[in-house]
Design a protein around this ligand. Structure first.
Ligand SMILES: [Zn+2]
Length: 396
């Protein structure tokens, strides 16, 4: 049955929209991506929770379903996101085929029943169709492109941090759909600030999986971290695009704009409010010294500002990442300096507006999760050591 479906779908995929022999159709409204369903009583595929996305779903056989993935708007970076749950009255194996409308698959399908432990699903690619089978039961099986980390997760995590250390958790601003954009702050005895940003791009989960341990290492109760927090304030804005996270967007905010292309235009409320907050900090006599913005891409890479760009402490980032490279021989630290004056990316904003270094910290989509944690832990501890040392960053 499965093989027949695949063959049939492939032949017709150029002439028909997708697949063949459709029995029933549930078309969805792309704008309200958390309300889609293939609801057939005995078996249901549901995109009815925060972060969910399954743009069109059709049942094409008793146990066979086809899902079409579409972005929130175009043009858009290739990041087809999906997240949905399967429920069956009686335990049954169902076959799911996914196609991306006008794009290619990026995120490998993963399965969880508790939204905590995730496993990779074996899949087959046949042309632009990706197929896999799962065992559906009365208890929901969650299928998603990456681990699901929703807006509530960040709030719960912040509460855990507050139980661990002295850190504030407050609303910095509001998204277009009025969701809170939170900031966490650890206060030092100086006016020096480290700024950490996350989740401008909703599906970039490995960036989030790096941010959590990175921050926890900075907030740890040990001599290095305690001294660091005595000398440096930390401003953390971990979830900058809560509307996009909620809607399961591939990339954009609810205006259909890439927030990491708005740091020179400041037209989006999410970016505007953060910029205004940082401006106010500086107006109040505070000094931003460095910023890290967490993302994901196809490989582990650190996008930096060139050491000759004209920011203060020109070799500071080279020194930090060089130290990380020395301390992690098993990790190939790739530094990619770049100057993109009109791109509107956050690292350029920090360099241009505050005259300091900033980096885009990118983890690979498929990097081993434990390794992401180890890298983040070491990246944070080496950052603290280098920022506390009296090393001269004016020379290589
Ligand atoms: Zn990104």
């Amino acid at each position: 049955m499965k093989k027949l479906l695949l063959t049939c779908s492939l032949i017709l995929s150029t002439s028909a929209l997708f697949g063949c022999g459709s029995l029933e159709t549930t078309n969805s409204n792309v704008a309200s991506s958390n309300e889609q369903a293939c609801d057939f009583g005995d078996v249901k595929l549901l995109a009815d929770f925060p972060t969910s996305r399954m743009d069109e779903c059709r049942r094409v056989g008793t146990r066979n379903f086809e899902i079409l993935l579409k972005p929130e708007n175009r043009p858009i970076n290739s990041s087809p996101w999906y997240a949905f749950r399967a429920v069956a009255e009686q335990p049954t194996t169902i076959n799911i085929t996914m196609k991306v409308d006008g794009d290619v698959h990026r995120y490998l399908p993963k399965l969880s029943t508790d939204l905590k432990a995730w496993s990779l699903i074996d899949y087959q690619d046949n042309g632009d169709l990706r197929s896999f089978s799962i065992d559906a039961t009365a208890k929901p099986s969650y299928i998603a492109g990456q681990e699901i980390i929703d807006n509530q997760y960040y709030v719960d995590w912040a509460k855990k941090l507050q139980a661990m250390t002295d850190i504030s958790h407050e609303v910095l601003g509001k998204s277009i759909q009025n969701r809170p954009i939170y900031k966490l702050e650890s206060k030092a005895e100086t006016n020096q600030w480290l700024v950490l940003l996350g989740r401008m791009h909703p599906p970039e989960l490995t960036g989030a999986l790096a941010l959590f341990p990175f921050v926890e290492t900075l907030l740890a109760d040990n001599a290095l971290a305690n001294e660091f927090r005595r000398q440096y304030n930390i401003l953390l804005i971990p979830n900058i695009n809560p509307d996009g996270v909620y809607a399961g967007n591939w990339r954009h905010n609810m205006n259909g704009v890439d927030l990491n292309r708005d740091w020179n235009k400041f037209k989006q409320p999410e970016v505007q409010q953060i910029d205004a907050y940082l401006e106010q900090l500086v107006a109040d006599g505070q000094k931003i010294v460095f910023a890290v913005d967490f993302h994901s891409t196809r490989r582990d890479i650190f996008y930096t500002m060139p050491s000759d760009y004209g920011v203060e402490n020109p070799y500071f980032v080279e020194h930090w990442l060089g130290e990380l490279d020395r301390q992690m021989p098993e990790f190939d630290v790739i530094q990619k300096p770049g100057n993109n004056p009109n791109a509107g990316v956050s690292k350029q904003y920090f360099a241009d507006k505050f005259g300091v270094h900033a980096i885009t910290y990118e983890m690979g989509d498929n990097t081993d999760r434990k390794f992401i944690t180890r890298i983040a832990d070491k990246a944070a501890s080496t950052l603290m050591s280098v920022m506390l040392s009296d090393q001269n960053h004016n020379k290589r």
